[in-house]
Design a protein around this ligand. Structure first.
Ligand code: G1P
Length: 297
């Protein structure tokens, strides 16, 4: 059985330019789906998968993200005084114990591979997870937990995978399939954002990874790749021939690309509709809205 995965890296150094002007002062990862910041969804998913150490790779202007994880004793006291037990429990569930969370600064925006590499000294020689908070996955069993269970059988390296249409293959890391075993797929190649029409398959990498510490060695050596950036995909691809092998994992769940405005809005609606306290109101509004748009056509 492979070693337990207890550490996760959260690359959150991106500038979030697609969400300007909001991201002038608010880190993208603090933007909320209904009432929880994107990063909280990522943390909850990691916890469910057994992660105990949370490593954030940040950059200038991400102070609000660090503050978010501070305890709020005054606020807790107020809520307790007012008997708002439910809110108090919600607030407390976001608390992180001191020492469980670390922040590493990525000093230059050299790409996702470089961001992950910045955390190398905190990982040592253990397998670790990477979660991209932009990819929000709604699932009965959280995606990373599904992957940890699959990884216990395969070991090596594992990336979350999802089929995408032809016109989107140039936006993702794409997988070249050696053996398709259903939910698990053995990989013989990986290419970051291939030009249109040149992808080896329609199976794309989504932002959840379980990686061997060997990947840091590859990151030490690789040169910049697609878009002039140090690509995590390129380092993982080296594990296919020089390491412990790579598997894709077709997770069960719905993924929202919250790095795009449209994906963010879709996630907002979907998460709103999944909340018992909001569902009826929101559904009523959407039904009415669609009907009046149809009538106006
Ligand atoms: C990153 C990865 C890419 C992956 C994608 C998933 O790209 O480099 O391989 O498919 O996340 O969201 P980005 O979207 O950050 O450009």
């Amino acid at each position: 059985m492979p070693k337990k995965v207890t550490k996760a890296i959260f690359p959150v150094a991106g500038m979030g330019t697609r969400f300007l002007p909001a991201t002038k002062s608010v880190p993208k990862e603090i933007m909320t789906l209904v009432d929880r910041p994107l990063v909280q969804y990522a943390i909850d998913e990691a916890r469910a998968a057994g992660i105990k150490e949370f490593i954030f790779v940040t950059s200038r202007g991400k102070g609000a993200l660090e503050d978010y994880f501070d305890h709020a004793p005054q606020l807790e006291q107020e809520l307790r005084k007012k008997g708002k037990d439910e809110l108090l429990a919600t607030l407390k569930s976001t608390n992180m114990d001191s020492g469980d969370i670390a922040y590493i600064r990525q000093h230059r925006a050299l790409g996702l591979g470089h961001a992950v590499w910045c955390a190398r000294r905190l990982i040592h020689n253990e397998p670790f997870a990477v979660i991209l908070p932009d990819d929000v996955i709604a699932a009965e069993k959280p995606c990373l937990q599904q992957m940890v269970e699959a990884y216990e059988e395969t070991g090596g390296n594992m990336v979350a995978a999802m089929e995408v249409p032809d016109e989107q293959t140039s936006s993702y890391g794409m997988l070249d399939i050696a053996e398709d075993m259903g939910s698990k797929v053995k990989i013989k190649g990986m290419v970051e954002k291939p030009p249109a029409g040149q992808s080896p398959s329609n199976l794309a990498v989504i932002g959840r990874y379980i990686l061997s510490a060997n990947v840091f060695g590859h990151l030490n050596r690789i040169k910049s790749g697609a878009g002039g950036e140090i690509q995590l995909t390129d380092a993982i691809a080296r594990e296919i021939s020089d390491g412990e092998g790579v598997y894709g994992y077709r997770f069960r769940g719905q993924r929202f690309d919250c790095g795009s405005k449209s994906g963010f809005l879709q996630a907002t609606v979907a998460f709103g509709l999944s909340r018992p306290d909001l569902r009826d109101d929101l559904e009523g509004y959407l039904t009415q809205l669609m009907a009046s748009r149809k009538a106006a056509e």
